[in-house]
Design a protein around this ligand. Sequence first.
Ligand code: VGL
Ligand code: ZN
Length: 236
Amino acid sequence: MVDRRQFLGGLGGVAAMVSVSAKAADKVKVDAASVLIVVDVQNCFLPGGSLAVKNGDQVIPIINRLAKGFANVVMTQDWHTPEHISFASSHPGKKPFEVVELEYGKQVLWPDHCVQGTDGAALSKDLAIPQAQLVIRKGFHKEVDSYSAFMEADGKTTTGLSSYLKARKMKKVFVTGLATDFCVAWTALDARKAGFETYIVEDACRGIDTKGSLAKAWHDTNKAGVKRIQSGDIAV
Ligand code: VGL
Ligand code: ZN
């Protein structure tokens, strides 16, 4: 192939080279202290599932590609009891997407989803991340929801993930998966709170967006210092 620099020559060629290298320098680097978190890529949240996230399946090839650049990968799995408190069906007269006040605060009510041991709760068979080291299950206490991979919705019951990541000397956390405005955002907020440099990879996520939840999620994560990036911003 013709060397592009030679071919372009002169000032134009130099300018092109400078802009290419500046772009490379701007990219976020993945290193041995970086972990990819793949949130809730489970059948219930995919097309045909009971709480399907619009275009949720589109994140899978992006996450699979991204994961090739990570030595450290943690997945999460929403893992509810039957009759879980977050299900509208557990609250007579209430419908999915209504909000109720529980002991620990406001709770959006959902269609039944991700019940322990069901096909709907299984991780997508299209995920191709054999090196993933840990699957954190969450939301398994019947009376407490857990959007975050770090902390249950009562704000005090830990999943143990922060201690695990610190024991493994992780510093940078990249969050991907479903859904942007719930489990992804809450996971990113808690990662930041725990002191990790935290990124949400926007194109590797899809949102539910109920009652302004997506805009609120971006507002809250931005305010907390979580960085919003695209998969193309990551150096592989
Ligand atoms: C989720 C609603 C209920 C999520 C989980 O994975 O974002 N959303 N349970
Ligand atoms: Zn759930």
